[in-house]
Ligand binder design. Structure first.
Ligand code: ADP
Ligand code: MG
Length: 831
């Protein structure tokens, strides 16, 4: 139940150091005027009183009502940043942290030294900072350093409705930190802000807040939005449909900005390009060209990605390790809901004739087209807030970012494709993929709401009302949909041993928690639970394994645990620069031009064949011979990056040698960030980003192979031997513990001809067969030593060659386990 007025908690004791000061802010008159129109201003009194009286407060208000930009200012004026503490505000998206800090600084007429932001490895926080915007991941890291967050007087958790994993965890942690701070006589306030009213997971969760926090609702002056459903629901070409609908709106309807919701970066660029072509507008052209170069490349990737299903390790996300960028990945359309004849007919004003406007150029109707997605450069993003050039209509083609994080002024028409791109995980295999699926009713209504901010508006839904009726009511919290190994590791590092008991707003499934603990135990990040005792005790122990020193080292790296382990082990034999490069390269998708392209005419065929031969030759060169060849595809990556950097990383070099220029630039950026991270964690490593690496020595390659095995151990595969070959489909196939079917080394792999007995792989991609990518050969002696958790140990004569046990997926080793147990710490962690 939502209450307009705050209900104070039963017995909030007088809180000692609450400021009664008023800090004046010198705002420009036009800013002041615009502020007064924001609905949240009317509630200032109520909000400030609730904050004063309560430890935790929840604030709900329609997107655009002014929560993010105004509430920090209220708190500042009330003196919450005037003493020895500051105001902290977290955002699940990097974009929002940066752009909102700049906006608030401007509104308050203060320098960015005072209103600052911090995202991973980047920020402008100074000793003068009073209001600090940050990503939720950054605050989580700060809790690791100072559990009581002494620096802050108030923490605002913004966009709580997004239910990002880190936001959820922060609320759980803060529900404990805030009372502790009160007990210690230095009270702290928590304010949770949400765009939707579905906040029961926070307010009705007694494990989280034993006393329900007061809920303040901001009534937004929302103008009516007329919703028009499509009669048909396009299953495939919804981007084309969005383009056509936008053309019609622009041709036929009165002035007012248009906001188009699509699912990903590639789609956004493609629709922008078509719209610019249809309604050319000069100054726009220049931008269009530079963006187009990028997007042509993206489109190629996108088309290619559409043809296959990829399964892979979780990507690391260094900039904002809180929110995984959902703007990339594979597209796999969901189909199945039939076309409907039903729905609102108000749509008819736009007619329903297909595609006549398609690609027809009409320069008399200039349209100012801007893309908006989370990975877009900040300068590009800022454009959407400025008024469009005179005589043009604004059209923003956006992904989900425009749904609640950023409010674009002047939008009157919304075109909603009804889909969203989400990452899906296979619980059993741990395999992940991106899929476009229907959004939720709550999201669709949020999108529609964007049209009624300044005057009555219209929302065109590219699906029928019946389809809408089948949408789930709300999107599930992210934490229930993804593996939680990285979270569990972070929490253990905070000494939260029994993660099951943590006050999650929505707890992850027991299955996911068990899987995470198992992976972390097998990586050596957590202590192994006892294998004896009563079943119940064993069960309990399995869910409360304490963290190891290696685990602590791993937790300090901003990457997925498997990669973190490689980094934590990388210090020996000066391997760190190579490990950093390999991790960066594994994180960037498709660094090589595809070799097996479909051919055309005979002449073309021979050209393609020549090119293929040349690129294959380059890869052989990079893979090297002997020892280095054993590192396989990871050596090829290392060689490619090394050669490319040596040549100055030019587009020409990349083109000639079959490397994707953008991928190489991305790898360079990631290497820089990881180097910074490693230096911050272990200064004595004293790394500097030497782009020109010398090739690793033989012993370094050996060390690298062991490090890779230690990190990717659960992606171990063993070649099926001739004598075990029962079914011809297993010829040259590999057995993995998780998959029933054989997997194969990809023909483009450096190890395609070698077929080592044991390999580790980065990912499995399914095309004509299940192919392993990023393959590296492993010596079977290393397995018991580096992965004892994956082994069954037997007496020497009992089990001849090491192989997977069919029931458990573990490797049966013919050696004495006690010998290897002691030897586990081969790569010493000296951090
Ligand atoms: P909420 O957090 O409730 O969604 P915001 O505080 O983000 O609302 O937005 C309040 C208003 O400030 C909106 O009208 C929005 O358009 C405006 N605004 C936000 N950022 C900028 C900016 N960078 N430039 C101009 N206006 C902005
Ligand atoms: Mg906001």
């Amino acid at each position: 139940p939502i209450e307009k007025q705050a209900t104070p908690l039963p017995a909030p004791k007088k809180e000692p150091s609450q400021p009664a000061v008023f800090i004046p802010v010198d705002r420009l008159p036009e800013i002041q005027e615009a502020r007064l129109k924001l609905p949240v201003l009317a509630e200032e009194q109520v909000i400030m009183e609730a904050v004063k009286e309560n430890m935790c407060t929840v604030l709900c208000g329609e997107t655009g009502s002014g929560k993010t930009t105004q509430v920090p200012q209220f708190l500042y004026e009330a003196g919450y940043a005037s003493g020895d503490g500051i105001i902290g505000i977290t955002e699940p998206r990097r974009v929002a942290a940066v752009s909102m800090s700049q906006r608030v600084a401007k509104e308050m007429n203060l320098s960015t030294r005072v209103v600052s932001y911090q995202i991973r490895y980047e920020g402008n926080v100074t000793s003068d900072t009073k209001i600090k915007f940050m990503t939720d991941g950054v605050l989580l890291k700060e809790i690791q350093k100072d559990f009581l967050l002494q620096k802050y007087n108030v923490i605002i958790i913004d966009e709580a409705h997004e239910r990002s994993v880190y936001t959820d965890i922060l609320i759980g942690l803060l529900s404990r930190i805030v009372p502790l701070r009160n007990k210690k006589g230095r009270p702290m306030k928590l304010l949770v802000m949400s765009a939707t009213l579905r906040i029961e997971d926070f307010t009705e969760n007694r494990k989280l807040f034993p006393v329900p926090p007061p809920v303040i609702k901001v009534d937004a002056r929302q103008f009516p939005v007329t919703v028009h459903f499509n009669k048909r629901t396009p299953m495939e070409d919804y981007a084309g449909e969005a383009f056509r609908k936008t053309c019609k709106i622009h041709r036929m309807l009165p002035p007012g900005g248009i906001l188009v919701f699509l699912t990903g970066q590639a789609e956004v660029h493609s629709v922008c390009r078509r719209l610019r072509k249809a309604f050319p507008f000069r100054p726009n052209h220049m931008e269009a060209e530079t963006e187009e170069k990028d997007s042509a490349e993206e489109m190629r990737q996108f088309k290619k990605a559409k043809q296959k299903k990829t399964v892979s390790l979780p990507r690391i996300d260094l900039d904002n390790y809180s929110a995984m960028p959902v703007d990339e990945g594979d597209e796999d359309r969901q189909a199945g809901i039939g076309d409907e004849e039903e729905g609102s007919d108000l749509d008819l004003e736009l007619g329903d004739d297909p595609g006549d406007s398609e690609e027809k150029t009409d320069p008399s109707l200039p349209l100012y087209v801007l893309p908006l997605y989370s990975l877009l450069a900040p300068e590009q993003q800022a454009k959407v807030f400025r008024p469009p050039p005179a005589g043009t209509r604004l059209c923003v083609v956006a992904t989900n970012v425009a749904e609640t994080s950023l409010t674009i002024p002047g939008i009157k028409y919304v075109v909603d494709c009804g889909r969203v791109k989400k990452r899906f995980y296979d619980r059993i295999t741990g395999v992940s993929s991106f899929k476009v699926t229907w959004t939720s009713q709550a999201s669709a209504n949020q999108r529609a709401g964007r049209a009624g901010r300044t005057e009555p508006g219209h929302c065109y839904r590219l699906y029928s009302s019946a389809v809408f009726g089948d949408f789930e009511e709300f999107s599930e919290a992210e934490i229930t949909r993804r593996p939680v190994d990285d979270l569990v590791l972070q929490m253990k590092d905070l000494n939260i041993e029994k993660v099951v008991n943590f006050p999650f707003p929505t707890p992850p499934s027991m299955e996911a928690l068990v899987a995470a603990e198992q992976l972390l135990v097998s990586l050596g990040a957590l202590e192994e639970p006892p294998r004896s005792g009563r079943l119940k005790e064993m069960e309990r122990a399995r869910l409360s394994c304490p963290i190891t020193p290696l685990g602590r080292a791993m937790a300090s790296f901003p990457v997925a645990p498997r990669f973190a382990k490689m980094l934590a082990l990388g210090k020996q034999q000066d391997c760190l620069p190579y490990v950093i490069t390999v991790v960066a390269a594994m994180t960037v998708r498709e660094i090589f031009e595809e070799l097996d392209r479909p051919a055309g005419s005979e002449e073309e065929n021979s050209k393609v064949a020549k090119r293929r031969a040349r690129l294959a030759q380059m890869r052989r060169l990079w893979a090297g011979q002997g020892a280095s060849l054993q590192l396989g595809d990871l050596m090829v990556m290392l060689g490619a990056v090394g050669a490319c950097e040596y040549a100055g990383c030019t587009p020409k070099f990349c083109e000639e040698n079959g490397l994707r220029y953008k991928a190489m630039l991305e790898i360079r950026r990631l290497r820089g960030q990881l180097t910074t991270a490693v230096n911050a964690i272990c200064p004595e490593a004293g790394l500097f980003l030497d782009s020109k690496m010398t090739p690793p020595t033989e012993s370094q390659v050996r060390c690298l192979r062991q490090i890779v095995l230690a990190g990717l151990g659960d992606h171990l595969a063993r070649r099926v031997q001739a004598e075990e070959l029962l079914d011809p489909k297993w010829r040259n196939g590999y057995k993995t513990p998780l998959l029933d079917d054989p997997v194969f080394i990809h023909p483009s792999s450096a190890l395609f001809k070698t077929l080592p007995e044991f390999v580790v792989y980065q990912e499995v991609t399914e095309t004509t067969k299940m192919y392993m990518r990023g393959v590296s050969a492993v010596e079977c002696d290393w397995i018991p030593q580096l992965l004892p958790q994956y082994c069954h140990f037997g007496k020497p004569l009992e089990t001849p060659p090491p192989r997977f046990c069919p029931e458990t997926g573990r490797v049966k080793c013919h050696c004495d386990s006690t010998f290897f147990r002691v030897g586990w710490k081969l790569p010493a962690v000296e951090m």
